[in-house]
Write a new protein. Structure first.
Length: 199
């Protein structure tokens, strides 16, 4: 807005200098045209400022998966050693299946209730571990492919894989399946199995 004002002032000064060099009727016409132009530009600026489209970025509610902790696969052992207890992991990379699981299946569940009903989920970035063998992945996290959800219980001397849910293109799970998986593993804290019926 300040730049527009500075430009208008400069234009007015230029117009005044031009008018000073002209005489008579021509001067009146130019003054009339200049003031009309200034009025129209000012009106446009004011109206545009009043009615300009309000850009509102998609704001993530507290609890959306984008704000979760993200670690790399090679950091998981250190994470589990430093944070004993039960954890839910989402193994993902940057492919479309991972984006679909996170954005279309998980995100709606995290915001389904006023208070987040899903557990805290730690994302494991698999993009740098794409060459890991199926056997090693199965030994480490109990799954053969990803995207996948894994519940792990970390104790002082051992790590137990409690449950897994793997997204497969030939047998994908739905948001309801994910909700059921959370519920079956004692991770869902919101209402479950209640239909909203209108009377």
């Amino acid at each position: 807005m300040k730049d527009v004002s500075n430009n208008l002032i400069f234009c007015l000064q230029s117009a005044i200098l031009l008018l000073a060099t002209l005489g008579g009727n021509m001067r009146k016409r130019i003054i009339l045209i200049a003031f009309t132009a200034v009025a129209l530009v000012s009106l446009f600026v004011v109206l545009y400022d009043q009615f300009k489209p309000k850009t509102s970025a998609l704001t993530l509610r507290a609890g959306m998966p984008k704000s979760e902790t993200v670690i790399k696969l090679n950091e998981i052992q250190t994470f589990l050693n430093d944070n004993p207890g039960q954890h839910v992991f989402l193994l993902k990379d940057s492919d479309s299946d991972s984006d679909y699981v996170e954005d279309a299946l998980l995100a709606p569940l995290t915001t389904e209730q006023e208070v987040r009903p899903t557990p805290e989920i730690i994302s494991i970035d698999m993009s740098e571990a794409q060459n890991i063998s199926v056997t090693r992945l199965k030994q480490l996290l109990g799954v053969e492919k990803y995207p996948a959800f894994v519940v792990i219980e970390a104790k002082k001397d051992k790590v137990d894989v409690k449950s897994t849910l793997v997204f497969k293109q030939d047998n994908p799970f739905t948001s309801d399946d994910l909700k059921t998986w959370f519920f079956d593993n004692g991770l869902w804290t919101g209402p479950y199995g209640i239909e909203n019926k209108k009377s």
